[in-house]
Design a protein around this ligand. Structure first.
Ligand SMILES: [Zn+2]
Ligand SMILES: [Zn+2]
Length: 377
């Protein structure tokens, strides 16, 4: 694999006699150019290139490795590492990268390792399922939820050692947080398994958290559900997840909404649909009926000669959109109820009506509109 590897000096575009400063600025220029974050349209290619220049830099910036490379070429610095393995990307080189770029880029994504304080880990995200009524989804609500979670221990501030007792340097790694394994020319750097990268050992554990640095607590949180939310919507409550470890940031809390079905309202987006029965007489003669809305009863005028399945719109009586920019409508579909049990008197009246009011029993012409049966849109 080493045969087709490009010369490190060539990769960085510097001469063999360049000094550290020249190497550093050449690397900086190229790294800014090829960083994957800056090349979203050909990320893979950029990542590959970025790794190559970073590898070259990691060797040439280290006087010892540079000398080995000058003498033995690639074999001098990659040793018996397997194909695709990295040369020594120790914490030194990483702090070097961070010196060069500050917070410009995240290196974790490119090199597959995290940044930040040694051993620090972001806390877990939490999920809380909240069931609310149809009306609550429409109007929004302020509610309190109780969540059990890990929180940073308040007696030791997350350090894990008893008040007044300072942590001591980890014996396994000598406080560096990392251990190195030498394999020929190749050095493998690993997070210290003893202290998980903290570099510290706890001599006298905090009694409140047993040295964990965090404690299990049940916390009551106030959450505001905006009006217009829908079933399965997720609300992110930033930073209210579990505490991070070793000074890492907390995770987020996700409130997943379950909206209960309504007895007679159906929802589509911001609009509400409702079915209302009316009598034959109301349909024929017209009438005023009362229909339910989210804001209470509302009068609806049924005009004379209303057909069954006719739909009436009550503007603005639906739900607001979550962003508050639109307001849905309420659609009321009327259904003419055909009686199935008649008294003797009623039967006589209908018979009278039937003989004076005839309908020609002839098939209706099918218009395209009728083919697509009006079924609530
Ligand atoms: Zn504690
Ligand atoms: Zn250690």
């Amino acid at each position: 694999m080493n045969n087709n590897k490009r010369d490190y000096y060539e990769t960085l575009g510097v001469g063999r006699s360049s000094d550290n400063q020249e190497i550093k600025s050449a690397y900086k220029k190229l790294a800014l150019q090829y960083h994957p974050d800056r090349n979203p349209e050909n990320k893979d290619e950029a990542t590959e290139k970025f790794k190559q220049i970073s590898e070259a830099y990691s060797v040439l910036a280290d006087p010892q490795k540079r000398a080995m490379y000058d003498r033995y070429g690639h074999a001098g610095v990659s040793g018996n590492a397997g194909a695709g393995a990295w040369p020594d990307f120790s914490s030194t080189i990483f702090s070097d990268f961070e010196d060069i770029f500050g917070d410009l880029f995240s290196f974790g994504g490119v090199f597959g390792r995290g940044r930040g304080r040694r051993g620090a880990q972001r806390g877990n995200d939490l999920r809380y399922d909240l069931e609310i009524s149809f009306e609550e989804a429409a109007a929004g609500l302020d509610t309190k939820i109780k969540i059990p979670r890990w929180e940073t221990c308040s007696s030791c501030g997350g350090r894990g050692s008893r008040k007044g007792s300072a942590p001591v340097a980890c014996e396994t790694c000598g406080g560096r947080g990392q251990v190195r394994h030498q394999q020929g020319f190749f050095t493998l750097t690993q997070t210290c398994p003893q202290c998980q990268g903290m570099g510290q050992a706890i001599r006298d554990a905090c009694p409140a958290c047993d040295g964990e640095g965090r404690v299990r607590q049940e916390r009551v949180l106030s959450v505001r559900i905006p009006p217009g939310v829908e079933d399965e919507m997720r609300l992110r409550v930033s930073g209210e997840g579990e505490a991070g470890t070793h000074g890492g940031p907390p995770g987020d809390l996700f409130v997943v909404l379950r909206v209960r079905e309504h007895a007679y309202f159906e929802r589509k987006g911001s609009d509400i649909y409702c079915d209302m029965p009316i009598s034959i007489a109301q349909a024929v003669l017209g009438s005023e009926i009362r229909v339910p809305t989210l804001q209470g009863q509302e009068k609806l005028r049924i005009p004379e000669g209303t057909q069954s399945s006719a739909v009436f719109r009550l503007r603005g009586k639906g739900l607001p959109s979550v962003d508050g920019r639109a307001q849905g409508d309420l659609y009321v579909q009327v259904h003419v109820v055909i009686p199935t049990h008649l008294t003797r008197d009623q039967r006589r009246l209908v018979e009278m009506l039937g003989s004076s009011m005839r309908v020609e029993n002839k098939p209706l012409a099918r218009t395209p509109k009728e083919r697509v049966k009006n079924n609530f849109g």
